[in-house]
Design a binder for this molecule. Sequence first.
Ligand code: AMP
Ligand code: GLY
Length: 421
Amino acid sequence: MKVLVVGSGGREHALAWKLTQSRRVSEILVAPGNAGTAGIAENVDVPTTDLQGLVALAENRHIDFVVVGPEVPLSLGLVDVMQEAGVAAFGPSRDAARLEASKSFAHDVMRKCGVPCAASRVFTEFETAQGYAATLEPPFVVKADGLAAGKGALIVTTQREATDALYDILVRRVFGEAGDRVVIEEFLQGKEVSLLAFSDGEHVAPMVPSCDYKRAYDGNRGPNTGGMGCYSPPGFFDAAMVQQATETVITPVVRAMAAEGCVYRGVIYAGLMVELDRIHVLEFNARFGDPETQVILPRLQSDLFDILESCVAGTLTPESIAWKPGCSVGVVMASGGYPGHYERGKVISGLDRADSDVVVFHAGTRLDATGRILTDGGRVLNIVATGETMAEARDRVYSSVARISFADMMYRTDIARREVS
Ligand code: AMP
Ligand code: GLY
């Protein structure tokens, strides 16, 4: 099988890496990819939002199967156009991807099927939104309804902050069209877990759970990022909790989507807030998480291609998917300044000095004309180690991280620390 992976981040490197282990996959193309995917696959320089360009690539190169990484091409309908062109593609249709692309749509679905989520209301006018916000006791959460690259949720602690957030989204339109509507939401307490599941539209198979570190600096300080590290599994979210979340959150939503004629095939990612044994949904994503995928796929024992194919065909058999026991920890090495302004083009050294059983996933990297690997984004690398225990995985990952360097690099030193103290 010839597979095309769409995207250029650590998630896509991890997907391509796992697909190289499939006995069914003979060739992998990545569009546009990075320096890491260049080492295991063929990069093709087509942007992820160029739907027609990607269809042409799939047709010209006789691609059998497309795996879509990021949310933007999904919400633009890349899976729909691939299927119209007769190319099998993994991921939800444009309509089904609204589960991520519109927070108010996701809330409506959850409300209809009784899935626990924060109480919320939707507004389009600044004055009405502010009038409602004035009746609430902070903290609460103000969110742009649409896709805002992970930056659209603002936790406000004063009325002044609430007014500013609503003004920024609805009047100054800092998130553009994503802020046509704003969601004002109750603040939930607890610990966050990412639970991703495969879905063929009817059956769902949860993956191993993981925790993402969204803040830039140690101790969960600093601005929100795309994710600075991740580990699996969280000690506070055991197999019984996975089952509970699958039964009370993921399965009802997949059924509700099907009942509305909007069959959901692909990865359904539930961002959950857990307090004791109570589980609430913070958000849904319509794709593999980044950096979650980088710690999840090293724990997958089964053939990833078989699973993806069965999701598209509607023949997913959850009981046939096997996971390795043990733990995994992933640390993101980022450019200094990220998620704000940062420089690109720094030479990365020490990549060959990582332990052989540690995986170095690339995110924002590129090759220069002489074959050197340079930084080319905010999140540059994602170093991942597995171990029988979290302490072992953690020691392994940080010992390899210490041997890799580039100018102005930054990384968190506390990924998974709470699991080993
Ligand atoms: P979202 O873009 O909806 O995933 O939100 C980004 C981050 O904001 C989440 O990972 C949480 O840390 C936080 N957050 C979002 N919604 C809530 C909420 N209702 N209560 C508390 N924290 C939230
Ligand atoms: N790690 C968060 C996300 O993929 O949206």
